[in-house]
Ligand binder design. Structure first.
Ligand code: HSE
Length: 308
């Protein structure tokens, strides 16, 4: 039976100035999945380790995403899916996206790549719809395309891959509390003051321009969120202190990763990323909340084959 074992990476969505449109792919944290073609004509989730998640295909983000792919293919497919979760649900680093994107990427590979990576984004988004009630693409796109990605439009879907300046290294702290994306979305205001919108789209343009020109100073100036962060940061213990300490230690920017509780920083070089990790650790050690810290360069490839 044709089978593939893959690494399905964690991702940072929003990146402060790009709510629902910007994301980037990490390298040092992700799930493992094994997918095997079968003669059953059924999509089955056969095993999940590392998390309590439904095996029922229609209730599991990976199952729903693969169902969307099979519907578009319009021919029967049999596949068994094993998921080994290392990214916790409600972490803010794209746990549901890793499963959804990983599953469609692997099935597509096993079938001889009938779809392009860009086409897979809309299937994986169905997993996000199940997980959070909203089919956002800012985690699944960087997982599928690698590097930094930008959703220019949702209708029609138009996703671009952006350059990854070589020296960028992310440090992410994941406090071990769960914030459901649906809850974090419920507290966002539906209307934005024009003045704030101007600031935000100025920063978004600046950030993207900084990626193209490898202008680390411009990237740093642009990593600012005047719309979402002020509303969501109250959900994350010691957010302001972590941000203050990260920036004073040399991080280019610091913000909420996705819908939290993880907090990301982008740094110029590995040494600064390590120093920032230590500084954040010093803050969080006093909270009594367990946490994990990940340091990762930008993964420009996205999902990776481990064996086939
Ligand atoms: N853009 C989404 C949100 C990402 O912030 O709600 C969720 O990981």
């Amino acid at each position: 039976m044709k089978s593939i074992r893959i690494f399905a990476p964690a991702t940072i969505a929003n990146l402060s100035c790009g709510f629902d449109v910007l994301g980037c792919c990490l390298d040092t944290i992700g799930d493992e999945m094994t997918l095997t073609l079968t003669a059953s004509n059924e999509i089955r989730i056969t095993k999940i380790t590392g998390a309590q998640l439904p095996l029922e295909t229609t209730k599991n983000v990976a199952g729903v995403a693969v169902n969307a792919l099979v519907a578009a293919l319009n021919q029967p497919v049999g596949v068994d899916i094993e998921i080994h979760k290392r990214i916790k649900a409600g972490s803010g680093i794209g746990s549901s996206a890793a499963s959804s994107a990983g599953a469609v990427w692997a099935v597509n590979h096993l079938l001889g790549n009938p779809f392009t990576p860009h086409e897979l984004i809309s299937f994986a988004m169905e997993g996000e719809r199940l997980a959070s009630g909203n089919a956002h693409a800012d985690n699944v796109a960087p997982a599928l395309l690698g590097g930094f990605t930008f959703v220019r439009s949702y209708a029609p879907l138009d996703v671009l891959k952006l350059p990854s300046p070589k020296e960028l290294v992310a440090t992410v702290i994941h406090p071990q509390i769960e914030i459901k994306t649906a809850d974090a979305r419920a507290i966002i205001k539906q209307n934005v003051a024009l003045k704030k919108a101007i600031t935000q789209w100025g920063n978004l343009g600046g950030f993207i321009s900084g990626l193209f020109t490898e202008d680390y100073n411009l990237i740093s100036r642009s990593l600012d969120d005047v719309i979402i962060e002020p509303l969501r940061s109250i959900l994350i213990p010691e957010f302001e202190t972590v941000k203050e300490v990260a920036l004073s230690t040399g991080a280019l920017g610091c913000g909420i990763s996705g819908s939290g509780p993880s907090i990301f920083t982008l740094n110029r070089g590995y040494q600064t990323a390590q120093q920032v990790a230590q500084a954040i650790k010093n803050v969080y050690q006093h909270t009594g909340i367990d946490f994990e810290i990940h340091i990762s360069k930008i993964n420009t490839q996205g999902i990776k084959t481990l064996s086939s």
